[in-house]
Design a protein around this ligand. Structure first.
Ligand code: FAD
Length: 287
């Protein structure tokens, strides 16, 4: 289907982009890789009168890795993230999750900023930013503000961004040298959106018990969410048989998934338990 008619603008700075958004009072939309927005427009689920292309705005693309963590610019493409080998040490959950996102062609154009702003509940990276307690840098008419990932997503396909705000970058806290982690999901075919997925990590004390456990779920909730009951059940435990089984039970009980054409709520609830079990076992087996 053809796209509805729109005016195309290509600002040269963040300030200019924010000014156009403000002038249009909600009638404009940013375009990054276009991998989600273009299909949405083709299906007439959005009909912005102005498209504001971020491609020429300087400083939005790139990955900075330092002692204080990782900063990824909003216009950084999935492929740039896949190709950055240092991320496997600096934030391995990001490196792992990106391999599950879409297909090569889409990863070649799609950006982390467009993905997080689109806020698809089945999308991988929102679950990772929530699990990692990342912060999102948001640029608007009154400057830059930082938003905790857990406060960024407000509902399916909805975020806390105002109509004249732009996601500028994502900041991940530093990753300790010794941390156990895993990302597990189930999709019908590799590259499809997942029915459900789990991003988790924990640290280990000298006695081999877990602490600082972070577990988030995608696909089975309205927004990516941490699972506090599962985290509490793992903290203070050795991550093995009985603790894993109890965490899986609690995970299933913690979610109220949607019933849709792809899977029933009961199926997704059971799947979340299975994925938590697999993820904990994978994290515990990591050397
Ligand atoms: C066939 C197919 C399969 C896919 N499978 C997966 C998958 O398995 N997992 C997954 O996670 N994703 C999947 N995707 C989505 C893909 O990852 C997209 O690239 C991503 O969701 C959007 O990134 P984009 O740069 O293309 O954003 P765009 O499509 O350009 O924009 C998406 C939305 O974000 C807004 N936006 C863009 N940039 C910004 C910004 N900096 N600040 C504020 N708002 C902004 C736009 O206005 C728009 O509303 C799939 C897409 C397709 C077409």
């Amino acid at each position: 289907m053809k796209l509805p008619a729109f005016e195309y603008r290509r600002p040269a700075s963040l300030e200019e982009a924010a000014r156009i958004l403000a002038e249009q009072e909600g009638g404009a939309k940013l375009v990054a890789g276009g991998q989600s927005l273009v299909p949405v427009m083709a299906f007439r689920l959005a009909s912005p009168t102005v498209l504001v292309d971020l491609a020429r705005v300087p400083g939005l693309r790139g990955i900075d890795i330092g002692d204080d963590g990782v900063r990824i610019g909003a216009m950084t493409r999935w492929r740039d993230i896949e190709d950055e080998a240092r991320l496997r040490r600096a934030c391995p959950l990001v490196a792992e999750a990106v391999g599950h996102i879409a297909h090569y062609q889409i990863r070649n154009r799609g950006t982390i900023g467009g993905n997080l702003s689109h806020a698809d509940p089945a999308s991988e990276m929102p679950g990772v930013v929530v699990a990692c307690e990342a912060e999102l840098e948001v640029f608007g008419p009154s400057g830059t503000r930082r938003v905790a990932a857990a406060d960024f997503f407000t509902g399916p396909l909805s975020t806390c961004l105002a109509h004249d705000e732009i996601l500028q970058a994502v900041r991940f806290p530093s990753w300790p040298a010794v941390r156990r982690w895993a990302f597990e999901e189930f999709a019908l075919r590799r590259g499809d959106f997942a029915y459900a997925g789990i991003a988790l990590y924990y640290d280990e004390d000298g006695g081999g018990c877990a602490h600082n456990t972070h577990v988030s779920v995608i696909g089975a909730t309205d927004i990516p969410r941490r699972l506090p009951a599962v985290e509490a059940a793992i903290n203070g435990q050795r991550v093995e048989g009985p603790a894993i089984a109890e965490a899986a039970r609690l995970a299933s009980a913690s979610v109220t998934p949607p019933d849709d054409i792809h899977a029933s709520a009961d199926y997704r609830r059971a799947l979340v338990g299975t994925l938590v079990e697999r993820a904990l076992a994978a994290a515990a087996a990591r050397s």
